[in-house]
Design a protein around this ligand. Structure first.
Ligand code: F6R
Length: 261
């Protein structure tokens, strides 16, 4: 795992945006397949990518995107649906074709069949070139809550009480937060060719430590990322607080910066 400790959330977002820009330029007209997360963690990255699109002409015209997850029972245009969130915060502000921004259908009459269909559609698009992830305070990625199988594919999951409480900030009350979701599984997420996880704030410090330095265990689903060959974890100082080897990660980074300059 490459672990980058940024001085603050803005710098962390710029590092993640650099990785996305690299992939968009590499894939060019062949069209990058982007894996997108919702929630607060990627918002500054999306803002930075929108700024690069407006000010530097970074184009998403050939790209397509797959969301990690969706609430079951919310319509696509519901204010809190992830379908709507990603358009409002990111893809609606760049030149990515809207019909190529895909998410599981939270209103599908057969959610299990929808999960299988969605999972297959990622493979049919050639797989994800770069996936951005946030992490839950309990170590979830996507909505793969603790005890999720490392072999899981896109499926229906029940949120933990903690995740419902954490997500309640986006709703008028926690009673309104759906408790069932469709989420890419851990095995689905692992197939992305590159993964960049962003975590900021002290509330994520324990989860970041468990993910990067703890045992690979279903108790911390994100720890499966230790098995992936191309993962970058970008954290701010607060989220890095509990890392035992923080000085080593800083040392590696300073050597890379020196070689690059
Ligand atoms: C969102 C997602 C979740 C969030 C995680 C962190 O699509 O899959 O795993 O990334 O719950 O949420 P925030 O960023 O709001 O702290």
């Amino acid at each position: 795992m490459e672990i980058i400790i940024a001085k603050d959330a803005e710098q962390a977002a710029a590092v993640v945006a650099d990785r996305f820009e690299e992939v968009l330029r590499e894939r060019g007209e062949d069209g990058a397949v982007l894996g997108l997360a919702t929630g607060s963690s990627p918002v500054l990255t999306y803002r930075e990518l929108i700024a690069r699109h407006r000010e530097q002409g970074l184009s998403f015209a050939h790209a397509r995107a797959f969301l990690l997850d969706e609430y079951i029972g919310l319509s696509a245009d519901h204010e809190q649906s992830y379908h709507r969130f990603i358009r409002d915060t990111f893809t609606g502000h760049v030149d990515m074709p809207d019909e190529l921004v895909l998410s599981p259908d939270g209103e599908a009459s057969d959610p299990r069949a929808e999960a299988v269909r969605y999972d297959a559609s990622i493979g049919e698009a050639g797989g994800v070139d770069i996936q951005i992830l946030g992490i839950g305070a309990n170590g979830h990625i996507g909505f793969n809550e603790p005890s999720s199988s490392f072999g899981s594919r896109t499926r229906v999951k029940t949120l933990t009480e903690q995740t419902v409480r954490d997500n309640a900030r986006f709703f008028s009350s926690s009673d309104e937060v759906p408790i069932h979701v469709l989420t890419q599984g851990l095995a689905t997420i692992r197939e992305a060719r590159r993964i960049v996880l962003i975590a900021t704030g002290a509330g994520k410090a324990q989860a970041v430590r468990d993910m990067a330095e703890g045992p690979v265990s279903a108790a911390c689903p994100a720890s499966i990322l230790q098995m992936h060959p191309a993962v970058t974890v970008v954290v701010d100082e607060a989220a890095a607080r509990d890392l035992t080897h923080a000085d080593y990660y800083r040392f590696i980074q300073s050597q890379k910066d020196r070689l690059a300059s």
